[in-house]
Ligand binder design. Structure first.
Ligand SMILES: Cc1cc2nc3c(=O)[nH]c(=O)nc-3n(C[C@H](O)[C@H](O)[C@H](O)COP(=O)(O)OP(=O)(O)OC[C@H]3O[C@@H](n4cnc5c(N)ncnc54)[C@H](O)[C@@H]3O)c2cc1C
Length: 401
């Protein structure tokens, strides 16, 4: 009888893991707490390291067809628009990293992965929240919130930052509020003069705030993320409709490419941003964690979903290469933990830089600005990003086995 693998959570990480495992011949069932599949109405930057995995899973072309390919990543001063650096993306990224760099609507990405899961034969059960698990001798029992139980050979906790599987593995600890909130929204590109928003990953940095904008859906939509330091956050809820006039007020006096975009915005969400210190343990006997369930991070390197996608491929590869589940899971953790830890910590560091947080960060920006006159800041910035984008988990794993 074939092994029965269970995934908790049908987000980007959970569905990618289910697809990767099914393609390796495992029988996979996904249990999702929500009664319908869905993602927040916002965009996602998908860097080349993630696209390598989507290529290996056979869905990169479908993703590209729904995405937008930016020309560059550009960081600028919030008022003057002075450029700190420009890192070329587009064809340069494709050639340099061996895969595209894309911007995609989250719902579009989830739809592509979901359709591929259906074709591959993944069974997806909606409205079923996993509460926890128990190991009794060599048997794994999965417990659902409604009191039902299920025996399985493996449980993958891909249930996000508030993971019940992680709480069961390591004990309940709350994710940490990072002192930052993010407004997110999408605007029809037709509402702004053509070419007014540059076809880049546009990053504007200023005291205590930063703003990111980029195109989605072949250029029909513009996505924005507006981040503000707000240590006073008191609310229990993690996201709610945002107050547009408050958002416009918060970014008053910024560059017109920011203020005009906000003037055209009709609706936005407000999110509190949480993360965790890197964990030392992601596995327990026949249970493993992936994605935000084990390494939630600030979105300031745009890598959370990319890391979940890399995890999913690594996990499937390790399980297919080693019939002993526990050692396969240990190998998975050994491969993934150092990389995600580094990116989690670097994402935190970027908060200080983007928000001109201290005299040191202000000095760093001044150096970047000086180097930019000499045309050198682009090289410095590209070098930092290369270690993230040039990483190819598919090749790495093939080399190991
Ligand atoms: C403002 C912002 C911008 C971002 N931008 C980027 C970006 O540009 N690029 C990038 O790579 N990343 C980005 N990220 C990070 C990215 O969104 C996350 O890292 C990614 O969505 C994590 O995916 P996941 O599948 O691990 O978790 P989730 O997306 O949280 O999915 C978890 C799923 O599990 C379900 N679930 C939860 N509990 C249970 C349970 N008990 N039983 C069953 N199901 C359960 C949930 O309903 C959900 O469907 C951004 C994040 C934010 C906040």
């Amino acid at each position: 009888m074939s092994k029965k693998y269970v995934v908790a959570g049908a987000g980007i990480g959970g569905l990618c893991a289910a697809l990767a495992l099914t393609k390796r011949g495992f029988e996979v069932a996904v249990y999702e707490q929500s009664t319908q599949l869905g993602e927040v109405g916002a965009g996602l930057q998908l860097s080349s390291n993630a696209i390598h995995v989507l290529q290996a899973l056979g869905i990169a072309e479908q993703v590209k067809a729904k995405a937008f390919c930016p020309e560059s990543a550009v960081m600028r001063h919030y008022q003057t628009g002075k450029t700190y650096f420009t890192v070329p993306l587009g064809d340069t990224a494709t050639q340099k990293y061996g895969a595209d760099y894309l911007h995609i609507h989250r719902a579009d990405l989830l739809t592509v992965i979901h359709e591929a899961c259906e074709v591959a034969g993944v069974s997806i059960h909606l409205g079923q929240a996993i509460q926890g698990y128990q190991h009794k001798s060599q048997n794994l029992t999965i417990e659902f919130e409604n009191g039902e139980c299920l025996e399985a050979d493996l449980l993958i906790g891909a249930d996000g930052i508030k993971s019940k599987v992680q709480a069961c593995m390591l004990g309940q600890t709350a994710a940490e509020f990072t002192g930052q909130v993010a407004w997110r929204g999408v605007v029809a590109a037709s509402k702004l003069p053509k070419g007014f928003i540059k076809p880049n990953a546009n990053l504007w940095v200023g005291p205590g705030k930063h703003f990111v904008s980029y195109y989605l859906r072949g250029g029909d939509l513009i996505n924005f993320v507006a981040v503000q330091e707000r240590r006073d956050w008191q609310k229990e809820s993690w996201n709610e409709p945002g107050d547009i006039s408050q958002l416009r007020e918060t970014f008053e006096g910024w560059h017109p490419a920011v203020t005009e975009l906000l003037a055209a915005t009709e609706f936005c969400f407000l999110w509190a941003l949480f993360d965790r210190q890197p964990l030392n343990q992601w596995t327990d006997n026949k249970v493993a964690l992936l994605g935000d369930a084990c390494h939630p991070m600030l979105p300031f390197l745009a890598q959370g979903a990319a890391m979940a996608i890399e995890d999913s491929y690594a996990l499937a590869h390790c399980l297919a290469s080693d019939s002993h589940t526990q050692t396969a899971l240990q190998t998975y953790q050994n491969i993934r933990l150092p990389r995600t830890r580094k990116i989690q910590l670097n994402a935190r560091r970027n908060a200080a830089l983007y928000h001109m947080g201290s005299p040191i960060e202000q000095a760093k920006l001044a150096v970047l600005s000086g180097l930019s006159h000499l045309g050198l800041s682009d090289t410095v910035a590209a070098k930092k990003l290369d270690s993230i984008y040039a990483y190819n988990i598919v090749e790495q794993l093939n080399r190991l086995t």
